[in-house]
Every structure is written in C-alpha cells, then in structure tokens.
Design a protein around this ligand. Structure first.
Ligand code: NAI
Length: 367
C-alpha cells in the first residue's frame, strides 16, 4: 500500500544499503521527490564505477519513468561544499524538504573546518583483548578472531565520523538557509544488536559513535519541535550491506539470524525495513517509540524467541555445521549482489559499457 508520507526528501547516503532503501520507499512508496547525496566513484578506463553509482543510475531511470522528480549529488557529504550544493539544489527546484534522512557509513572523514582526518575502527573498549568466532565467507570457515582494545584516539575518531556531529552540521545548514519545511522531520540510523556482538558493537568504538548519534537525536528533536518538526533515530535490524560486512563477528551472527528469522517468517531486507519504518512508525499515529524516544524496527530481531534460537545455534557452531545452522550461502550471495555479482541470467563474460552517466547528477567534485 502507498504510504501517506513525505513529499520532498533529502537522503544523505542514498546510493546503497538503508539510505537507498529509504530513497526507494520515499519515491515509490510515498510518491516523493528525492534528492540523493552519496560518495561513489565513476568508471574510469577499464575500471568500473562503484556499485552505488550503478544503483543510482537505475534508481534515476525508474524514478523518471514513474514521473517522480529526482536528482543526485555525488561528493563528500562531510564537506561544506556539498552541503551548499544541496541547499542550492533544494532552493532552485524544491523550495524546501520535509524529510531529511541521514544514512552515512564511512571509514574516514575530513573535518570541514580544520581539515583534520579521522579514521574509524571497529574495536572493543576497555583493557581486554576481545576474542570471538567469526567467518571468512569466501571459504566458509569459522575462525577465532582476537581484537585489541581501541585507543582513546581511535574511539574519538570513530565518534567524529559515525557520531552526530555531521548530522547536526547538516541540520544547521539546512535550517539557516530556510530549506526545511514547517513540520520537517529528520531520521538517522542506529543499531543495538544482541549479547553475542555487544563487546565489539554496542560497547565498542562504533557503539560509542551510536551513543553520540542518539544523544544528538534528542537535541535535534528539541530544535525541530520549535518548527513543528521532529528528529528521530531509528534502530534498524542487522542486514548485509557494504558497511556491515566489514564488522567481524557481526556477519556470522547475521547468517544465523537470517535463518532463524526466515524460518519464523519475519525476515526483512533493507526495503521491507524502511517501508515498515515509514508506514508503521514515522508516519503512523503510533510511532511506538522506546524509553529513549527511538524508533525501533529491530523489534523482531531482538524478540526473545529469536535471540534464544540464535544463541542455541551459536553454541558449538563450527565450520562443519555452519551450513546447517545458518544461512551462510544466502548471506554470501547477498554480499556478492551488493556489487552486482551472483545474479541469475547475467552473462558476466559479455562486453559491456561501464561508463554510464547518472541521469540528473548535479555535481561530481573531484574525489
Ligand atoms: P552502506 O555502506 O550501504 O551505505 C553508506 C552510504 O553512505 C552510501 O550511500 C555511501 O555512498 C554514503 N557515504 C559514505 N561516505 C560518504 C561521504 N563522505 N559523503 C557522502 N556519502 C557518503 O551502509 P548502511 O549499512 O546502509 O549504513 C547506513 C546507516 O545504517 C549507518 O549509520 C549504519 O550504522 C546504520 N545501520 C546499519 C545496519 C546494518 O546492518 N547494515 C543496521 C542498523 C543500522
């Protein structure tokens, strides 16, 4: 069913994963005009473009076919320049936006004023080396991985990239330039996850960044309310994306989770998650916020029966029983499909043109 949702949406981090899914849901679920910002590499010579580039080519084609306004900006969202380009585009064509999605996942950030370079890491915090099972999904081998705790600098760098500072800078810039519609909302994405991944995720460096993002959400909510708007963090479910597949232990947990949730008939991909986030939460009269004011679409992942089943499988999990106990093949396929591989009916030997322009691309500053 169509969502009685947003009309003009800015998606920051719009080319892959949850951001792309939110863009698709806004456009094709709610009929919204969408402006997508992302950082992708165009094709050059024999080198293909990055996956999000081609995702956007297809998105733009379908949006235009459906008569939906859509434009894209390729560049560093952390920079002042890309924020300004975005504002100029909104002023020129949309006037204002009524929803701003913040869905950046990055390993590096240059501060827009000081030019300091931050590099994020996925490490535990504390004094102890963390050891747990992880999977090499190329060989489908389970191994133990040990990760040393993060330094203070690694923690603060990860917070600088994945915390709330840049989200605030975006809202500052949009507000100052008068391009937020009265009643406009903004949403950023977070993750909590299970006990199994707690030390490496929620209590690790990335978890610190998510704490900061969630605190920012509360501050922004107070600000947005002054203009009848709202700011929320939506806690989403673990899914295979470029960002999440880099996190040790989490991918193995995800392979177990997929199987349990599929067997229970409650598995969702990014699009189903974002459709539910909008239709059943953000644009519903009952947003079912948790005690910290967060939107929760990880509710099915964290259901006690789901978690109990995953924990039972985790215990004694090894290379031999991995395929029986998990959806490792599906997770592997989903990973390859993020880059266009493993799709039935495609002749991967055929000659193709890799240099495809994104229709509606506004700017492409030097990478
Ligand atoms: P992703 O890797 O699929 O997407 C990241 C997006 O950010 C891409 O569009 C990329 O182009 C863009 N981007 C990265 N650096 C940029 C820059 N400097 N300037 C402009 N755009 C830039 O990641 P995913 O997984 O969709 O993550 C999005 C958010 O969702 C993150 O906050 C992540 O923590 C959160 N999340 C992810 C979960 C998962 O299991 N994948 C679960 C719950 C939350």
């Amino acid at each position: 069913p169509k969502i009685d949702g947003p009309k003009k949406v800015l998606v920051i981090g719009a080319s892959t994963g949850f951001g792309l899914a939110t863009r698709i849901t806004s456009a094709f679920g709610a009929g919204a005009a969408t402006l997508g910002v992302f950082f992708e590499r165009p094709a050059a010579g024999t080198r293909t473009a990055s996956a999000g580039w081609y995702n956007t080519v297809e998105f733009e084609k379908e949006a235009h076919k459906a008569g939906l306004w859509s434009r894209s900006i390729n560049g560093d969202a952390f920079s002042h320049e890309v924020k300004q380009l975005t504002i100029d585009m909104i002023k020129a064509d949309l006037g204002t936006v009524d929803l701003v999605i913040y869905s950046i996942a990055s390993g590096v950030r240059f501060h827009p004023d000081t030019k300091e370079k931050f590099t994020s890491c996925l490490k535990p915090i504390g004094n102890d080396v963390y050891t747990n099972k992880t999977v090499d999904f190329h060989s489908k081998e389970i191994k133990n991985i040990s990760i040393s705790p993060a330094t203070e600098k690694e923690i603060s760098d990860t917070v600088a990239i994945m915390g709330g500072e840049d989200w605030t800078l975006w809202i500052d810039a949009l507000e100052k330039n008068g391009v937020l519609a009265p009643g406009a909302m903004t949403v950023a994405y977070s993750y909590i996850g299970p006990e199994i991944t707690r030390a490496i995720y929620r209590e690790g460096t990335i978890g610190r960044a998510k704490d900061d993002l969630e605190k920012t959400g509360i501050i922004l909510d107070e600000r947005m309310k002054k203009n009848d708007g709202r700011a929320f963090v939506s806690v989403n479910k673990a899914l295979v994306t470029q960002a999440s597949s880099a996190i040790p232990v989490v991918l193995l947990y995800t392979a177990l989770l997929y199987k349990v949730m599929r067997e229970k008939g409650i598995h969702e991909g990014c699009i189903e998650q974002m459709y539910r986030m909008m239709s059943d939460r953000l644009y519903s009269t009952d947003r079912k916020l948790d005690e910290k004011g967060r939107i929760r679409v990880d509710d099915w992942e964290l259901r006690p029966d789901v978690q109990k089943a995953v924990e039972d499988q985790w215990e004694g999990l090894n290379t031999e029983n991995l395929s029986d106990r998990s959806d490792i093949d599906l997770v592997r396929t989903e990973f390859f499909r993020l880059f266009g591989f493993d799709v039935a009916g495609i002749d991967y030997e055929a000659d193709i043109n890799t240099e495809i322009e994104i229709p509606g691309l506004i700017a492409q500053p030097q990478a």
